[in-house]
Design a protein around this ligand. Sequence first.
Ligand SMILES: NC(=O)c1ccc[n+]([C@@H]2O[C@H](COP(=O)([O-])OP(=O)(O)OC[C@H]3O[C@@H](n4cnc5c(N)ncnc54)[C@H](O)[C@@H]3O)[C@@H](O)[C@H]2O)c1
Length: 350
Amino acid sequence: MTTVLITGCAGFIGSAVLRQWLAETDWRLVGVDKLAYAGLRESIAPLLDHPRFSLQVADICDGPALQALFAREQPDAVVHLAAESHVDRSLSGPAAFIQTNLVGTAMLLEASRAHFDKLVAARCEAFRFLQVSTDEVFGALGSTGRFDEASPHAPNSPYSATKAGADHLVRAWHRSYGLPVLTTHSPNNYGPRQLPEKLIPRIIHHALRGEPLPIYGDGSQVRDWLHVDDHARALRVVLEGGRPGKNYCVGGGSELSNLDLVQRLCALLDARLPARAPHARLIQQVADRPGHDWRYAIDGSKLERELGWRALQPFTQGLAATVDWYLDNPEWMERACARLQHSAFHDSSS
Ligand SMILES: NC(=O)c1ccc[n+]([C@@H]2O[C@H](COP(=O)([O-])OP(=O)(O)OC[C@H]3O[C@@H](n4cnc5c(N)ncnc54)[C@H](O)[C@@H]3O)[C@@H](O)[C@H]2O)c1
């Protein structure tokens, strides 16, 4: 049976990957997560008793713990999602990002290499290390053009700089040590179980409380949105069919300005909670984020051409289902908010 070690499994994307891959493959999944503020046991609670899943609570910066874990679990692949992931937090406290995203990735690469070097030839041939990166490593676009696999790294925030640095470490472990690595770059994900410090759940959470809906600057920044389940499927396709040493851009195909997005959310909330309409009256501009990238967009044609992947979830439907999920799961939202409150970060936009 194939064993896949997934770091960051209790986060937004990691928990979606677990749910989908347990349902659609016969793989054994070993989740590694330190259950930091963004790692919610609630997000994976129904999976904890699954016979093909085990949760290992560990910090990816802890080299000896990782080495022991690899020796015990003998993975055939590593999917690296664990990260500090919120740009605003990286602006006020970059050290944690340097620690987890750079040092943690280096530790994980070293544990993977030590494990890989001991594998017999057939298992060596099949072993893969998948680095889950972001479009933010490429910097900002103007009103035209899209990022692709040849785009140079030009990160602008401490978050994207540490993700870019991690991409370079991954590339170096391939070139220097022959570790069979793959890298994906995806745009902003949306869907259930995302912490309400990120735009979509934050807007929903504020709207439900009748609080101002903060929007950076004039809201003209453009993002390319991808449903988290489409992302999970893309990661599986790349893991199974990607060529070692190559990177793959995952296209969302749903470019939208932040203001458009918030207005759409308001319309969805108006339809569901008419007594509180119009929610758009709560929209409030706040000071823009320093160094805020203006536009991201991805050309995902290589992934479609080479591996037959494309996003299946139409954005309009996906966004409506996402709003419904948050409205139907107030206990999850409460737990998530409690975690945020205890995570010592002052969000200047709210
Ligand atoms: N969310 C997006 O839109 C998006 C887009 C592109 C790429 N990505 C990348 O995908 C990955 C997952 O993103 P997400 O949105 O699910 O993030 P998230 O913040 O929701 O989850 C991150 C997870 O990593 C865990 N973690 C953090 N530090 C750790 C450490 N030192 N050791 C072990 N576990 C640790 C957290 O507990 C949490 O469960 C990240 O690498 C991110 O850069 C995210």
